[in-house]
Write a protein that binds this ligand. Structure first.
Ligand code: NAD
Length: 421
């Protein structure tokens, strides 16, 4: 690769800005040439990041896609309900894609995109950034080296974190499945993707239960007002108080504020949240996505796996049980034992502890280094010089597990066979 990979950005939101910044930090490897978003402040941030005087700005995906092809690759960072249309149009125009996950809102649409990529001979890299973290790539390596022996079963756990749940899945963009995707896709498609990547076999059955138990009117403390900013008596003690956007949770505000980079006074923040979705009482929203869900999976190679999602914990934890050794790792292990991965060998009952070097605090620690890891491979993937782990054709099965889990949940936990046709 001698020349930089040129990029057009469709949807200059939080995720696309992160990838753009990382791209520009990888000096000389990427060039940002265009950006589109109805929110021009956001386009301007990408433009400023690009340091490209010839950067072209557009007000919508349609406007950008009406132009002749402007770049090698398009980042599609729009919301879940607006991936399919721009992705199809961009493939037709000849762009390779870096497409945010989930790829689309149904499994049929995901498969359609994979087929179109093949038809137009383009690559679609999906932002399953966890595959590029130190943690999950090390786990995969341990499995591939045979240290665990034959894998028999897996237990995965995702704690979304209560404030994150409230911000994104009660008040925010992913609170209603019909407007975006169900929780098991919007958030946990990362987890079903990772499980499938580690098991490396088609899934043959899925069952799942889950509900919205807590974020309901019945859970509201006495006297709670409809908005934190309406003089709620609990605003100083409530975990979900919107006033936290002015203190320890300001970074979440940046992700949803129309003018993210502008310095804001506390008064300006309160002013803005008081009419935005993000000060609504979490017990009185119109949310319908789950706050807890369990998924039970059986794979063709005989492996079984469980995934447990809860709003009321923080971080991912993984346990893998193999014939030679078991593996435990992730946030719970790190927090309790200051160790990233613990292997326990069955024959001598010895423990091996793996501790990773600290990630450099270069501002790219997002998703455990996964955002950086993906961007550091993307140009090589597009050039066909790096493994294609992130490509859509390798991520269909993980999506399929998620969509099947939601089907099962809506059927009250019935066992469902994934439909591949
Ligand atoms: N890979 C991950 O770990 C990860 C993490 C969070 C979110 N996501 C996914 O990334 C995607 C984006 O999430 P986000 O938090 O960046 O959202 P965001 O709301 O910050 O960004 C979406 C942007 O799209 C813009 N937009 C809307 N209509 C448009 C149009 N017609 N043309 C062009 N732009 C348009 C919006 O104005 C907004 O700026 C979602 O699909 C989300 O599920 C992935």
């Amino acid at each position: 690769m001698n020349s930089p990979l040129t990029i057009a950005v469709c949807g200059c939101g939080s995720r696309a800005r992160t990838y753009s910044k990382i791209a520009m930090s990888l000096k000389g490897r990427y060039k940002l040439v265009a950006g589109a978003d109805p929110n021009l402040e956001r386009v301007n941030i990408v433009k400023a990041t690009s340091e490209n005087p010839d950067f072209k700005s557009f007000e919508s995906a349609d406007e950008l896609l009406a132009q002749p092809k402007l770049a090698d690759l398009m980042i599609i960072g729009t919301q879940d309900d607006y991936h399919l249309e721009p992705a199809k149009a961009a493939l037709k125009r000849g762009y390779h894609l870096l497409l945010e996950k989930p790829a689309a809102q149904t499994i049929e649409e995901v498969i359609e995109l994979a087929q179109l990529a093949k038809k137009y001979d383009r690559k679609i890299a999906l932002c399953f950034v966890l595959r590029y973290t130190q943690f999950y790539s090390q786990v995969k390596k341990i499995i591939d080296e045979g240290k665990l022996g034959e894998i028999i079963s897996i237990r995965a756990h995702e704690g979304v974190d209560p404030f994150h749940q409230a911000h994104s899945f009660v008040r925010g963009h992913w609170s209603k499945s019909a407007d975006s995707t169900p929780m098991i896709i919007a958030k946990c498609s990362h987890d079903t993707d990772i499980i499938n990547w580690l098991v490396d076999s088609p899934c043959k059955s899925v069952s799942s239960i889950g509900d919205t138990k807590y974020f309901q009117p019945e859970s509201a403390p006495e006297g709670a007002t409809m908005r934190c900013t309406d003089g709620c008596p609990h605003s100083e003690t409530c975990t979900y108080s919107a006033y936290r956007y002015t203190t320890d949770k300001e970074r979440w505000l940046t992700m949803v504020h129309p003018d993210p980079d502008k310095e804001k006074t506390t008064e300006e923040i309160v002013d803005w949240i008081s009419t935005s979705p993000w000060s609504r009482c979490v017990y009185h929203c119109d949310n319908d996505v789950v706050d807890h869900q369990q998924v039970l999976m059986a794979f063709d190679n005989g492996v079984s796996a469980t995934l447990s999602m809860t709003a009321f914990d923080a971080g991912r934890t993984l346990e893998i049980y193999g014939t030679k050794a078991s593996l435990r790792g992730g946030d719970a292990i790190k927090n309790q034992f200051d160790t990233d991965i613990v292997l326990r060998y069955h024959h001598d009952e010895k423990l091996e502890k793996i501790i990773f070097p600290e990630l450099e605090n270069d501002g790219y620690e997002g998703h455990g280094g996964g955002d950086y890891g993906l961007m550091n491979e993307l140009d090589k993937i597009i050039a066909g010089e790096a493994s294609s782990s992130a490509l859509i054709e390798n991520a269909i099965e993980g999506h399929l597990i998620g969509f099947t889990a939601e089907k099962s949940r809506l059927l009250g936990g019935q066992q469902v066979k994934p439909q591949r046709a």
